[in-house]
Design a protein around this ligand. Structure first.
Ligand code: GLA
Length: 390
């Protein structure tokens, strides 16, 4: 069964009610930021390659009211938790892992001269947590927009993205690329974002009204990018570049790749990146030509490469892709995000969405003993301040 999707208005309403309950004052500021899926272009961003993500119509919404001076109190309705952050402790990582994303952004703004006053904040989310849909980037950018509303000071979108990426790297300890925060900030409704991660130029590519549906299936295996495998992949790419005498793997073509053929794992990692960059460009052409068979085939090939060469998939994700691609109404499927768990995305004929989701879910449940979460996602707009209670 496809999970229901609460509207942004209802999320904002809950966050506003949450902060009123927490502080005894009406919500004065509101902001929201979407999660994202990456259509194709995985583990290419930190290699200065190309990615093709989109924001989804699932959000983190925040509402705030003035609070006690020197302190930010945050109630997460999603996790039924409350935490507080002393504003004179901005640079010591907070004990609650989720709070570090808020803290990291507040600290980055502070460094840029934007000082946060005492605040009470409530957070609600319709982004599945731990599912590789960038709930962390959504929390960072929602915090950024909220802070700007509170302080009436604005950074540029590029500065906001940079502050969020730095918050993630420094506070959460993940040496991430720029894809997640960039798409969460810049996405436009109905479009995917072709992002060149070398010079950070972004072009929106319309999906068009005839595009098949996108189904997200959460394997239920929670991933943790901080565990080291992500950083290890990044280091392997750097080693491969050094052996080839290039700055990044973006510069490498098939001929140069052959020079790594005796380097085992390093050859595998580089082979993925080189081919994945090519696939991103092909995927854009496929979308422009309304060729969904081609787009689907590229997605499935991307998954195999992530499974076999880059080795960031896991049995559960592979099973979901296998079950999905056995369906005749499915064009293609792949894991999305950093990997080691999280979600797959499935490109599927819109009128077959429900039965396909039910069959995959049933078969997965039989094999694994638990039903995966199924979500339909559509390309939504990026992070923003919400001016009134919608
Ligand atoms: C995570 C990171 C991104 C990107 C992906 C893999 O989501 O935050 O920067 O590297 O993994 O494509």
């Amino acid at each position: 069964m496809i999970k229901p999707n609460p509207s942004l208005a209802s999320l904002i309403h809950s966050a506003s009610a949450g902060v009123a309950e927490l502080s005894g004052r009406a919500a004065r500021w509101r902001a929201a930021a979407p999660g994202r899926v990456n259509l194709i272009g995985e583990h290419t961003d930190y290699n200065h390659g190309w990615v093709l993500p989109m924001a989804i119509d699932r959000y983190i919404a925040m509402a705030a009211a003035p609070g006690v001076p020197g302190q930010i109190r945050v109630r997460s309705l999603a996790m039924a938790e409350e935490s507080s952050l002393s504003l004179d402790q901005l640079h010591t990582p907070h004990g609650d892992a989720w709070m570090r994303y808020v803290q990291g952004v507040v600290a980055q703004y502070d460094r840029r001269g934007v000082r946060c006053p005492g605040l009470d904040v409530a957070v609600v989310s319709s982004v599945p947590p731990g599912g590789g849909l960038s709930s962390s980037a959504a929390l960072e950018l929602a915090t950024a927009h909220l802070l700007e509303a509170v302080t009436e000071q604005s950074l540029t979108p590029a500065e906001r993205i940079q502050a969020s990426v730095q918050a993630e790297r420094e506070m959460a300890g993940v040496p991430c690329g720029i894809m997640d925060q960039t798409v969460v900030e810049l996405a436009e409704s109905g479009q995917v974002l072709l992002l060149d991660c070398a010079d950070q130029t972004a072009h929106s590519v319309p999906l068009g009204s005839q595009a098949p549906a996108l189904l997200v299936i959460d394997s239920g295996v929670s991933h943790s990018l901080a565990e080291g495998a992500y950083a290890q992949r990044r280091a392997e790419c750097e080693q491969a570049s050094a052996l080839l005498g290039v700055k990044t793997l973006r510069e490498v073509g098939p001929d140069q790749l052959a020079r790594l053929k005796d380097e085992g794992v390093l050859h595998q990692r580089a082979a993925h990146v080189v081919a994945e960059n090519e696939r991103v460009r092909d995927a854009v052409t496929a979308i422009e030509q309304v060729d969904w068979d081609r787009l689907g085939a590229l997605m499935t090939r991307s998954h195999r490469s992530l499974r076999d060469d880059y080795e960031v998939s896991c049995g559960e994700l592979d099973l979901l892709v296998e079950l999905a691609t056995a369906e005749s109404a499915v064009y293609g499927a792949r894991m999305t995000g950093g990997g080691f768990g999280g979600c797959v995305i499935v490109l599927v004929e819109t009128d077959q969405l429900e039965p396909v989701a039910d069959r995959i879910s049933g078969q997965y449940d039989e094999r694994m003993g638990w039903a995966p979460g199924c979500y339909r996602v559509q390309a939504g707009a990026g992070a923003r301040e919400i001016c009134a209670a919608l």
